[in-house]
Design a protein around this ligand. Structure first.
Ligand SMILES: [Fe+2]
Length: 364
């Protein structure tokens, strides 16, 4: 059992204040003693964790200021500097609870020794105390429990994470050079159902473009039954054809895959340069273990426009150090830097259309 101690400023009396506290989304009991909150819980995991405090009492003119955070007797000042609240959907550094701000999130790491070094590696010590959320995107992976039928390593990949990310917002403008932004949302509209049906009814055609999976034994436990996934070529890399025009490199039958072709035209029309493309299929009750994309033969852009088809709240896509990312819309992620894994405990096949693109023109 772990012990969390939160210390408020010296003259604070918390005795009559009601709090609702969660560790990793699990409601936890707590005790209040003068200016301290004590939590004893089994909800703390290894790596990155999140504590949220919500005040239920009226605070009126009172302000409660958090000054210290302790985990199992170890103090982590950085934890307080990273704590944040949200107002109108915007995160900002915050250590105050008051009538207008009644909720605080405190990301913290376990063990504290690891967390302190990790924070100091990622954030210049002179920047602590500034509003880090103003100029940076900060990602803390939330712990997720997946179905116990999946192999232990896969379950642990979703449950524990010893990384988190901080990326200057200004890096959006030169994604490929900086490669610090793990993912972002692209407001690309598409007809998910019709694309899903198009792939599903043409599986025999896709099979003709099946890509070899030489690294499959490195991703997954081969003997595990839920190992039914495949990847199919959709756009060849320029090295294979000598052309840099995606239309020359599109390798599926255009009349059989009109939706996919139209989707690519849409991406192209946004000023995004398409350099490579594939389609992945993960069967029901299957998974893909943590991996990154690297191919010494080909030199394509690392940011992948990812179009998930048929994914639900149970079928998850996780980036290491970032967490589970949305699968109900199009996202773009750096698939060469971020270890990623998927799990599909449902009975239905899930697809992803993955298009590697250069965003230089789009952001200039
Ligand atoms: Fe992948």
């Amino acid at each position: 059992m772990d012990h969390i101690k939160i210390v408020f400023s010296k003259d604070t009396i918390l005795d009559n204040t009601l709090f609702n506290i969660h560790v990793n989304d699990v409601g936890v009991d707590h005790a209040v003693n003068e200016n301290q909150i004590h939590i004893r819980t089994d909800a703390v995991g290894w790596g990155v964790n999140n504590l949220s405090i919500k005040v239920l009492s009226e605070l009126n003119q009172k302000t409660l200021k958090i000054e210290e955070f302790w985990l199992n007797g170890a103090h982590g000042r950085q934890t307080v500097y990273l704590s944040y609240s949200e107002l109108n959907g915007k995160k900002f550094n915050n250590t105050f609870l008051k009538q207008s701000i009644t909720e605080i999130n405190i990301p913290f790491g376990n063990p504290m020794s690891w967390w302190i070094t990790s924070c100091n590696k990622k954030v210049d010590i002179n920047n602590y105390g500034k509003d880090l959320y103003e100029d940076n995107f900060i990602y803390y992976p939330a712990s997720r429990e997946i179905d116990s039928k999946f192999p232990r390593a896969q379950r642990d990949f979703f449950k524990y994470d010893f990384d988190w990310r901080i990326a200057p917002k200004s890096h959006m403008k030169n994604l490929e050079q900086t490669r610090t932004i793990p993912y972002f949302e692209l407001g690309l509209e598409y007809d998910e159902d019709s694309l899903y049906q198009e792939l599903d009814r043409n599986l025999d055609l896709l099979d003709q473009h099946k890509l070899p999976k030489p690294k499959q034994e490195e991703y997954n436990q081969i003997e595990y039954p839920g190992n039914d996934w495949d990847v199919y070529a959709c756009i060849f890399p320029k090295e294979k054809t000598g052309s840099t025009n995606w239309k020359d490199n599109f390798c599926l039958a255009k009349d059989q895959f009109p939706g996919v072709y139209e989707l690519l035209e849409k991406i192209d029309q946004l000023g995004i340069t398409i350099s490579y493309g594939f389609i992945s299929r993960t069967a029901g009750e299957s998974y893909v273990g943590p991996h990154i994309h690297k191919d010494s033969e080909f030199n394509y852009s690392v940011y992948q426009v990812s179009i998930p088809l048929g994914w639900t709240e149970q079928s998850l896509f996780k980036l290491e150090g970032v967490g589970v990312i949305p699968t109900d819309r199009c996202v773009v992620f750096d698939d060469c830097s971020n270890f990623h894994a998927t799990v599909n405990p449902t009975h239905k096949t899930r697809y992803i259309i993955g298009i590697n693109c250069d965003f230089t023109k789009y952001f200039s």
